[in-house]
Write a protein that binds this ligand. Structure first.
Ligand code: 1GP
Length: 227
């Protein structure tokens, strides 16, 4: 059975711009992960996205698209995650990109499962932080952003994004404490079962990205943390 987003504990994030061979893709898709999230920050093309989708469809695992690149939005995914970067330094990444995307492909996704993600970008060196000019946040500010996303905007997902580095468990725990309805996604630097297990104490869902391309065995080992 393909799990809906609110039941995911472990997710692998695949970047269509990064090549992955069939054996590695099979290992990821049959690892016991709850979903594969297709998304990346740049050079995302429709062809690469469709290619990855088609290859993933051989396996009984939920496949979701994170709509960050308008050009790559296509039918066929189980779920569509629409990110808004709450601490972006420019309105472009809070609402403008989303409006632009919905203007273009909203009709196509009218019956699709669209899930809003409130990103809080916490690694100032990450590509996504540069692109969105993300404002650095203290712990208290992070908690306030999370509360805004959850209790005021009622977003279904709050995503603590440390992309590229392992985050501070205390901060994830503090956010956990204020959330009432949103699912807490954590992503960044998970490259071992221990780290996966640590963040799963606080996050509902962990997202594992980079390590897939650096050390496949280590990536696969993170799945065991959900058991
Ligand atoms: C990236 O949150 C994900 O968007 C995962 O981060 O690539 O550091 O695993 P890593």
């Amino acid at each position: 059975m393909l799990l809906p987003f609110n039941e995911w504990r472990h997710v692998f994030k695949l970047d269509p711009a990064k090549p992955i061979d069939d054996a590695s893709l099979q290992a990821i898709a049959t690892s016991g992960t709850d979903a594969i999230l297709v998304g990346g920050t740049d050079d995302i093309t429709l062809d690469a996205t469709l290619d990855l989708l088609m290859r993933l469809r051989r396996y009984p695992v939920a496949v979701a698209l994170e709509i960050s690149e308008l050009e790559a939005a296509t039918m066929g995914f189980d779920t569509y995650l629409t990110p808004t970067v709450l601490n972006a330094g420019t309105l472009e990444y809070v609402v403008e990109k989303q409006v632009e995307a919905l203007e273009q492909v909203g009709h196509m996704l009218a019956h699709a499962d669209l899930v809003g993600e409130g990103y809080i970008v916490l690694n100032p060196d990450a590509k996504v932080a540069h692109v969105t000019q993300a404002k650095p946040l203290t712990l208290d500010e992070t908690v306030a952003y999370a509360q805004l996303a959850d209790s005021v905007f009622r977003l279904p997902v709050v995503y603590l994004e440390y992309s590229g580095v392992y985050g501070e468990p205390e901060r994830v725990a503090a956010v956990r404490d204020v959330l009432k309805q949103a699912r807490l996604f954590y992503g960044g630097g998970i490259d071992s079962e221990e780290r996966a297990r640590e963040m799963l104490q606080y996050a509902d869902t962990i997202v594992v990205g980079n390590v897939i391309y650096e050390d496949l065995k280590a990536a696969l080992a993170t799945v065991a943390a959900t058991r």
